[in-house]
Design a protein around this ligand. Structure first.
Ligand code: NAP
Ligand code: F7E
Length: 346
């Protein structure tokens, strides 16, 4: 019998890659989608138009903030594996919507865990935990499963609750429940208001003459950026072990936002030269002196996570997980995809 999986957040970046991955493995995949005034299924269009749709791939209207529909869905689908990826996932926006973020990114995890527990079935549970849990640590790096937590945003605080309630259900009810503590992972499917995609899209638009310049916030923040396609395999591996556990997935490399921007413009053949510092930093095209990057202080966050740098040794040794895409290949993949996309729009 093929295994059955339920993915919350299937319309998001990770949900779409995970659906691709599980379908390839022969799973029957069910996705939870919330009602929107316009379709929000762009990232899974290719699946909806494939042989899988309504055969091995099914979407259900529900909301992670609505316990009743979660109980009903879990009872109906009886999934072997549940991947909880749905969240208000934007750290900056979590400062604007702290209570909503607490509900959706925090409390909803216990709603789903309770729905699994109430079903009486031994569904295995994956919780999308995050390197933002380590946010405020300045001198402890690389960070691993033993590093203390210090969230620095409403998003991080909500994910802290989700992390511990997942551990608590594992210990209290003997559930097979895992936290994947994932460092930043990106792709051509990344939301356009995360910094990597904002940069690669701007490069493509500037090249096409559709955008004057790119305005960013803190250029000095350091992140450990990997490719989302590599990370969904790690999620799956966590649910295939004899015993449940918590694992960091990361690249063990860290780069500043400025380095990402430099690399992205370089893919398009533009060398940036930088002048000034802090909010006065400016990036110019070395060849013709044109201003291409400046700083908008409004894009700084009330509290910043300065350094994320993860050590994936446990996942590598216990799960046999490896990332395949390097930093430079990731930047290249994203810029090239955005150039193609921008050029295809008349
Ligand atoms: P994403 O692209 O923002 O996707 C979030 C998904 O959650 C979307 O499908 C969204 O639906 C759905 N969602 C939001 N609120 C919902 C609600 N109330 N009910 C049902 N669905 C809801 O995020 P991602 O990058 O794929 O990340 C997936 C998960 O991993 C998130 O939990 C995120 O916090 C976590 N994470 C991400 C990273 C990363 O670097 N990407 C790192 C660590 C952890 P709509 O399409 O309708 O908006
Ligand atoms: O910011 C800085 C910003 O929004 C990265 C989510 O997937 O990864 C993600 O959270 C850095 C920050 O991602 C802009 O201040 C500068 O230091 O791309 P981001 P994030 O906050 O790291 C973690 C692991 C998650 O779990 C989250 O779900 O870039 N930055 N200028 C900017 N950031 C944005 N968004 N926009 C700017 O213009």
């Amino acid at each position: 019998m093929d295994k059955t999986a339920l993915i919350t957040g299937i319309t998001g970046q990770d949900g779409s890659y995970l659906a691709d991955f599980l379908l390839e493995k022969g799973y029957q995949v069910h996705g939870l989608v919330r009602r929107n005034s316009l379709p929000n299924t762009q990232r899974i269009h290719h699946i909806l138009n494939s042989k899988y749709n309504n055969v091995k791939f099914f979407l259900h209207y529900a909301d992670i903030a609505d316990s009743g529909c979660l109980v009903r869905l879990i009872g109906q689908i009886n999934p072997d594996e549940v991947y909880n990826l749905a969240a208000q996932s934007h750290v900056g926006i979590s400062f604007d919507m702290p209570e909503y973020t607490a509900q959706v990114t925090g409390v909803s995890t216990v709603r789903l865990l309770e729905a699994v527990r109430a079903s009486g079935k031994d569904s295995r549970f994956y919780q999308a935990s995050t390197s933002e849990l380590f946010g405020g640590l300045k001198d402890t790096a690389p960070q691993n499963e033993s590093t203390p937590f210090y969230p620095k945003s409403p998003y991080g605080a909500a994910k802290l609750y989700s992390y511990w309630i997942t551990v608590n259900y594992r210990e209290s009810y003997d559930m097979y429940a895992c936290n994947g503590i994932l460092f930043n992972h990106e792709s051509p499917r990344r939301g356009e208001n995360f910094v990597t995609r904002k940069i690669t899209l701007a490069v493509a638009n500037i090249l096409a003459g559709r955008q004057e310049k790119l305005s960013l916030g803190n250029l000095d923040a350091k992140r450990d950026w990997g490719f989302a396609g590599d990370y969904v395999e790690g999620m799956w591996l966590m649910l295939q072990q004899p015993l449940p556990g918590d694992y960091v997935l990361a690249t063990n490399e860290t780069h500043t936002v400025q380095e990402f921007a430099q690399a992205a413009f370089q893919v398009a053949g533009i060398t940036l030269c930088w002048e000034g510092s802090g909010i006065n930093t400016k990036g110019y095209d070395k060849q013709n002196g044109r201003l291409l990057v400046d700083i908008d202080p409004a894009l700084y966050r009330p509290a910043e996570v300065e350094l994320l740098w993860g050590d994936p040794a446990k996942a590598e040794h216990k799960l046999g997980w490896r990332r395949n895409v390097s930093f430079s290949n990731l930047v290249e993949m994203m810029v090239e995809s955005d150039i193609k996309m921008v050029n295809s729009v008349k």
